[in-house]
Write a protein that binds this ligand. Sequence first.
Ligand SMILES: Cc1cc2nc3c(=O)[nH]c(=O)nc-3n(C[C@H](O)[C@H](O)[C@H](O)COP(=O)(O)OP(=O)(O)OC[C@H]3O[C@@H](n4cnc5c(N)ncnc54)[C@H](O)[C@@H]3O)c2cc1C
Length: 401
Amino acid sequence: MNSTHDRYDIAIVGGGIPALFGAVIFSKLELKVLLVAKGFDRNGRAVSSGRSRSYAISPSNIGLFARCGLKGQFFEMSEDVFEMHLFEDEACLKLSSDLGPNDFLAKIVDHTSLHNLLFTATSSLQNLHSISGRVKGFDYGPDGKQCYLKILQDSEKEISTIKTNLLVVADGANSFCRQILGIPWGIKNYCQHAVLADFKSSLSPNIARQWFRRDEVLAFLPTAKNSLSMIWSQRDCDAQRLLQEGDSYLMKELSNFIGTTMLSRIEIDSKMISAPLAMTTVDKLVTKRVILLGDSAHTVHPLAGLGLNIGLFDILTLVDEFDKAINKNRKFDAGCKEVLSSYLRARLFKTRAIQTLIDTIKVGFSASGHSAKLLRTRGMNLLNRSDLLKRYIVRFAASTL
Ligand SMILES: Cc1cc2nc3c(=O)[nH]c(=O)nc-3n(C[C@H](O)[C@H](O)[C@H](O)COP(=O)(O)OP(=O)(O)OC[C@H]3O[C@@H](n4cnc5c(N)ncnc54)[C@H](O)[C@@H]3O)c2cc1C
C-alpha cells in the first residue's frame, strides 16, 4: 500500500503481537485494514525484535487463535504447562490442570515463533494493507466522522495522510500515539528489571516453577521437553550486577534461590537480557474513533505472566463487539460510538481490576517482617492442603481476563 489519502475501516498502529492479531482477525471480517508498523515488510521477512521472551498464553485466549485459523499451528509450536509450583521459603503451593476446566494451565510460546506465525498469516489477506513507517500526526476530518493519520514511511522523506473510521493504537508502553492524542497516563515504576535467559534442563517437563523471596520473583517456564525460560524480577542494581558479572555469578545467585539439587539439572543456554518493569495506566482506553490496547493501554508486573494476555483479550473483546454491530445489519462503522462504548464497558473495569490485583500481589509478597512472612507461608501451605480452594484459584486464573 503506497497510496496517499486512502480510506480504511480500521488503521492499526504497532507491530507487536496484539497489533498483528488485530490485523489478521479484523481483515477476516472483510474490513479494509491498514497496519502501520516500524520496519514491517509483508513482502520481505519478518522483522524480529531480537527479544528472547517466552509468553504463558492463558486458556482464555485460545479462542483468538481459533478465530484466526491458527489454533492447530499454535498448539504445535507451544509447550503445555500441566502443573505450576509456587515457592516461598519452606511453603509450596502446587496447582494442576486436573483441578481446572482445561487440559492445560497455560501454553508457553516464544516471541519470535508467535510473531512469525502471525506475520505469515498476514501475507495471504487481500484486504489487509501495510505501511512500514511511523505515525507522525493525528487529526479528525471536518465532519468528525474520520481520523486523519499522518504517516512517515520508512523509505520516504514525505509524510502521507490516510483516513480511517477507527484508529487502533497498539504502539507499546511508550506510545507516541497516546502522546499526540493528549491521553494522560501514569507510571508506577517498580525500580526493578526482569533478567531473562534460556536454560537446558533435565527437570520434569511441563511444570512452571515460581519462587517469591523478599521483593524478587523468579520463574522458570517450560519452553520444550528439555528447556526452560527464566524470568527473574529483581532490584535494578541487582539485575545490573547479574548482567555485568555473567553466567557463573548467575548460577551462584540461583543456587541461593532454588537450591543446589535443582541447579545441578539446569544449564544456561543463552545470553542474559533485561527489561525495566513498571505498571502503566491510562486515563482513557477509548476516545472519539480511537481505541488504545496492548501495552499502550496497560502494563503489569510480569509475576502473573498476564501482560500480553490482557492485550490479546482486548482484541478478542473488540472483535466480538464488531460481530455484534455487523449482525445488526446496519451500515457498519468500526469507529461508531456504540462499538466504542460497549468495548469500554467490557474492558475498563476488568483491566483496572487485573492491574490492581497484580500490583497487590506484588506489594503483598514484597512486604518484609516476620508476621507478613508467616502469613504468606501459612496461607500458601493452607491453600496447598485444600483441593477446593486450589480448584477455585485455577478456575479464576483461567477466566480472569
Ligand atoms: C520481562 C517481561 C516478561 C513478560 N512476560 C509475559 C508473559 O509471560 N505473558 C504475557 O502475557 N505477557 C508478558 N509480558 C508482557 C508482554 O511482553 C507485553 O504485554 C506485550 O509484548 C505488549 O505488546 P505490544 O504490542 O502492546 O507492545 P510492544 O511489544 O512494545 O510493541 C509495540 C510495537 O509498536 C511499534 N511502534 C512503536 N511506535 C510506533 C509508531 N510511532 N508508529 C508505528 N509503530 C510503532 C514498535 O516497533 C513495536 O512493534 C512480559 C513483559 C516483560 C517486560
